[in-house]
Design a protein. Structure first.
Length: 150
């Protein structure tokens, strides 16, 4: 996911895809407490309002309108890797890498240049965000395709 923005102590944020509202109690950078951090710094956050955060969860402002959350079919640009041998098959499980997410998906071919991606779990993304389609059990090249999500 695009890492952007600023986080401050006492910010009210939203955890996606769960939709829980959280409060930033404190921020640390390299074990030093700070009141604010700007992208692309790596920080530790002490938060209130979420018992568990999973890999791939997204923190955003409560009024973030440019993020989408879905388990419905997503239309995407499709550029097949020239190194991947074989065809894309429907009902086959692939992995979709979008930002820091890596989620299982099914694919429905719509035509040569676009596909429908059907996430098996909630997926958080920006419209226009780039993705990579992976097939980890493939004996050759594991990157199947790339493109951008519409």
């Amino acid at each position: 996911m695009s890492w952007q923005g600023t986080v401050k102590t006492c910010d009210q944020l939203k955890l996606l895809p769960s939709g829980k509202n959280i409060l930033v109690k404190s921020i640390q950078m390299h074990d030093v407490p700070v009141n604010e951090s700007k992208s692309p710094a790596r920080v530790g956050l002490a938060i209130k309002g979420a018992d568990e955060i999973s890999r791939g969860d997204v923190l955003c402002s409560r009024n973030a309108s440019n993020l989408k959350i879905t388990t419905d079919a997503i239309h995407a640009e499709f550029i097949k890797s020239p190194y991947h041998k074989g065809d894309i098959t429907e009902n086959q499980t692939y992995l979709l890498s979008v930002g820091i997410h890596i989620k299982p998906v099914k694919i429905k071919n719509t035509n040569t240049y676009t596909i429908e991606i059907i996430p098996e779990k909630p997926l958080v993304f920006f419209s226009g965000q780039n993705y990579a389609l992976l097939k980890p059990d493939n004996p050759g090249t594991r990157i199947v395709a790339k493109g951008s999500i519409h």
